[in-house]
Each structure stands twice: as C-alpha cells, then as structure tokens.
Write a protein that binds this ligand. Structure first.
Ligand code: HPA
Length: 270
C-alpha cells in the first residue's frame, strides 16, 4: 500500500508542483463546490495510477487542484463508496494520497438521512462525532507505521477548533447550522423504518453510507478533519416512502450554495 501511494504521489508530482494544504471530499450533489476553486490543474481519476473509478450517478471523478482565497486545495470531485464494491483500502486510498501530497486538513461532505426529530430536510449539520457501523474496517490488517500507529485515538475525530470556527462563520453568514453525530452504514439500501429507529436509539442524529472510512484513515495519518452533512430526507414514519436517490440529490443541491459558502470561508479563515 505504501509503495502504491508513493507511486501515485510521484505521478501527480510529475504532472504538477502544486502542493495543497487542504483536502476536500465533495459528497452527493455538492460537486458544484469545484466552481469556487481557481483551478490550476484537473486530473480525472481514470488517468491516475492505482485510483479506483467512480460509478455512481451525480459523482464526477476527478482530482481538482487549485486555490480558494489564496489557500491551496485539492478537491475530490466524486468519492468511492464501499457499497460500490470497492475494498475499504480502495475507498480510502485517495485520502492517503492527499496526506502524502502534503494535505494537513481534510474537509468531508455528505448527504444523510435525519433521525433527530429537530432536523428538517435541507438542514446543514456539522458532524462532531461518528458511529462506525460499517462491516469492514479500513485499518484491518498489518499496520504500516509510516502511515500511522496501530491503535488510533478516536477521542476527537472532528477538530473542535474547526467546528467552532465554522459555527462562527455560519453565524456571520446568517446560516442556521445544527451539530450532530453521523452513523455510517454500508448501504446501498436506504434504511427501513426500523433501521432508522435503531440509528436513533444508538445515539446518532443522521445516517449515511460514506465518510466514516475516510475520516478513520485521515485520523490514522493525524490529519485535522472537518465534516459536514446535508439532511436530504428524514427517517420518520410517513416520510420515508419518498426517499430516492433523485430526492437526495435534489435536497443536497438546494443546500449547496450555503454549504459551499461555509466551506469556502472556513478554508480562507481557519
Ligand atoms: N440513509 C442513508 N444514506 C443516505 C440517506 C439515508 O436516509 N440519505 C442520504 N444518504
């Protein structure tokens, strides 16, 4: 794995001497964030050695290098999901590449289903913790100390400092944000009513099919992480028959301008 990552990093460094400090993973319907970047260089996933190729509708596959307000960023336009059939090592490979390119701070976005009854569709949730209920773990197997330690402290996976800065920015922008705990399931089915109820009983506020593996691997490599979620549907009696991928994309798209403005300002001001 180490050698594969280094090979990919070398390929990228041979193409561009751009050295990003921020990494951004763009979730469902949030791909438009790429328009906020003064793009220096774009690399489609299918040209990058050792990269998996994205298959889901609404997820474009490219690494975008550029600047936001003078800060250097690399954005993943499209991510890899476990439910697509990739291994956890494949799902998280780009995060390892980002770190080895020099990225110190990772911003992750996603769409999720709300189970907190105070949430509404379209709400923006700052993730302050997660519950890992994925069936496979990205760090299972022999540990490579060059990436990080065998046993990773997960006491503060999401940076408290980034969270308070983001809340301050949201307040200044007049954008209402909630905070919450994200629970990661493998999908690809949306939850049954009983499963949504389980998610709530387990102590989470929202549920989705991504993010948790990438955050674990980022923490393994000691990156500072910020996570943000758009509530695209509510896992409540009477409303869940409406959940479809199109509905998720639509709700995420509606919240996109606010999420974009928040992430942009966080990158500039943090
Ligand atoms: N469940 C799981 N993943 C999701 C959901 C959901 O309700 N909405 C968006 N992604």
């Amino acid at each position: 794995m180490w050698e594969q990552v280094q090979q990919t990093v070398k390929y990228i460094k041979d193409k561009t001497d751009f050295a990003p400090k921020y990494g951004v993973i763009l979730g469902s319907g949030l791909g438009g964030f790429a328009d906020d970047i003064e793009i220096e260089f774009t690399l489609p996933y299918n040209e990058i050695p050792n990269f998996p190729v994205s298959t889901v509708e609404g997820h474009k596959g490219a690494l975008i290098f550029g600047k936001i307000g003078g800060q250097t960023v690399v954005a993943m336009q499209g991510r890899f999901h476990y439910y697509e059939g990739y291994s956890m090592q494949e799902v998280t490979f780009p995060v390892r590449v980002m770190k080895c390119l020099g990225v110190e701070k990772l911003i992750v976005s996603n769409a999720s289903g709300g189970v907190n009854s105070f949430y509404r569709v379209g709400d923006i949730v700052i993730i302050y913790d997660h519950i890992n209920m994925m069936p496979e773990h990205p760090l299972r197997g022999k540990n490579d100390e060059r990436f990080g330690p065998r046993f990773v402290n997960m006491g503060e996976p999401y940076s408290r400092k980034m969270i308070s800065k983001a809340k301050e920015i949201a307040r200044a922008q007049g954008v209402d944000v909630k905070d919450g705990i994200y629970l990661g399931l493998q999908g690809p089915t949306f939850e049954t009513l009983s499963e949504y109820r389980m998610v709530k009983i387990l102590g989470a506020d929202c549920v989705g099919m991504s993010t948790v593996p990438e955050v674990i691997v980022a923490r393994h490599m000691d990156m500072e992480v910020f996570g943000i979620s758009v509530i695209t549907d509510m896992g409540e009696e009477g409303t869940i028959d409406a959940v479809s991928h199109d509905e998720v994309l639509m709700a995420a798209k509606n919240a996109e301008p606010k999420v974009r403005a928040l992430i942009k300002e966080l990158i500039v001001r943090y």
